[in-house]
Design a protein around this ligand. Sequence first.
Ligand code: F6P
Length: 516
Amino acid sequence: MRNELKVHAARLSRQPLKALSAARAGTEPLSAAGWKISLARHFLDTEAEQSLLDFGAEARLTKAAEALFGEAIVNPSEGRPALHWALRAPARLMGEAESVRQSVIDALEFAGKVQTGEVRTAGGEAFTAVLHIGIGGSDFGPRLIADAFEDLAHPAIKLRFAANVDPYDLDRAMAGLKPENTLVVGVSKSFGTEETLYNLGRARRWLEEKLGDDASKHLALVTANPDKAKAWLGGRAAYTFDMPISVGGRFSLWSAASLACMIYLGPENFRSILNGANEMDEHVRTAPLAQNAAMRLALLDFWNTSIREKPMRVLLAYANRLRLLPTYLQQLEMESNGKSVDSQGNSVAPPTAPALWGGEGSVGQHSYHQWLHQGSQDVPCEFILAPDYNRDSEGLDALTAHALAQAEVLANGRSIAEVRAEEPGISDAVAPQKVHAGGRPSTLFSHASFGPEAFGALVALYEHRTYFAGQLWGLNPFDQWGVERGKTMAGRIKAVLKTPEIAADPVTAALLKQIF
Ligand code: F6P
C-alpha cells in the first residue's frame, strides 16, 4: 500500500499544485462539531485520496476508534486504556471511565466554591489570585485555556503560571502576589517531576512564612500519585484532586489539572469547553472513515510526512486567542509520536511524526513567513481561521484576507512572467527574487462562531488525529520513554556540577568549566 501511495505522490508531484487544487476547489470540506476543514490545497486527487482511505481501512482506524472508546488497552507499554475522552463525557459511564469523569466533577465543584467565596482563605476572605505550578502536560493545556479565554475570567481573580526550574519563572509569577489571598495549585501526574517539586517547594515556603500551618488552606495538589503527594506534604494538609492514571499528561487539560482555569473562568465556561470536546468525540466515534475529520487528518499527516517526506508541519493560528496552540500541539503531537519503535520493540518504517512549529497569524507574516514562501524547503501549512466574528469588522476582514492570501501564494506561487507583467521595467536582478515557487500545500480550518465549545472541539480533534496518526505509524502515542533519559542524565550531571573533573563525558566536563 505504501508503494501505491508513493506512485500517486510521484505522479502528483509532477503537476502544479495550482491546477490540482483548482480541480478540488469544489470538494466539500470535512465537517465536524462546527469546524470546516478544507484539504483542497494538497497534492491529492480522487485516486490518491481513495488509496489513502484504503490505507486507513487497512490500518484499521475504525477499530482503533472502537478500542479507544471501548476502554481497551491502547497504551500497551503501560498496560492502560486512554480515557481522556471520559473527562468530557456528559452522562454517567461505567467502571474506571466513570471515576475519571467524576474527577472533573469534583474539581469543578471546588472551583465553583472558590469563585463564589465559599472556599476561603485562612483569613476568611475570597481568594483573589491562583498560582498554577506544573510543567509539560501539567502546564501547556491550562496555560492555553487561560490565555484563550482571559476575557471570560472572573474580574477579581488573577492567574499566574510557573513551569521552568529557572528560578526567575516563579519569581516572575509570584511578583505582586500575596500569600494571604493566593491559592497555589500544584499539578503533577507523577508527583516526581523535578521542576514542579522545586517550584512547589518554594511556593509552599512562601505560603508558610506568612501563614504558618494555615498554608494548607492555600494549597491544592492535583496528582495521580497521592502517596508521593502525601510524603511531600510530610504530615501537612492540602486540598487534593485526582489526575486519573489512565489519562496521559498531554491529554489532561480537561481534568483537574486545569483546576486553576476552572477557578479563573468559572465552572460554566469550563463546562462549555468540555461539551465542545464531547461533541467532537461523538463525531470521531461515529463518523465513517471518509467523513471522519480526525482519521482524514491523520491520513494527511501520513501522506505529507511518510509518503511525500516532508519532515515538518507549520501551524498558523489566525486567531489571537489561539496564539499558544502551536506550543500546546508541539507536546501533544511530538511527545506522542516522536518515536521510531513500536510497542513490540520493532523499528517502524520512517519517517514518522513531523516536527511541528508555528505561531500566530498575521504576526508571523512579519517573520518566518518569508522562509515559508521563498525558503529552500517546502513545508505543509495548517491555517486556523477562527477569530471572534462579532468584533471590529475592519480588523477581521484584514485577518481573513491575510490568511487566504498566504494560502493562495504558498500554493500558486508567482512566476517570473507574472512578476514582469505586474512590474514593468523591473530589473533582471530583482525580478527572480520576487518569484515564489509555489507548490506549498496547506489545510484551512475555519469556524463561524469560535468560543469555548469550538475550542474544546478543536483540541479534541487534534488529540484524536494524534492517536490515529500513531496507529498509521505503528506507534504507541501514550508513552514517552525518550524524555526519561534526559531526566536520568540531568541527575547524574547535577551530582558533578561543582566537580567537573569527575564528569563521565569529557565535553560535559569542559562545558562545566566554561559555565562556572
Ligand atoms: O516531560 C515529560 C513529562 O513526563 C510529560 O509527559 C508530562 O506532561 C510532564 O513531564 C509533567 O509530568 P508530571 O505531570 O508527572 O509532573
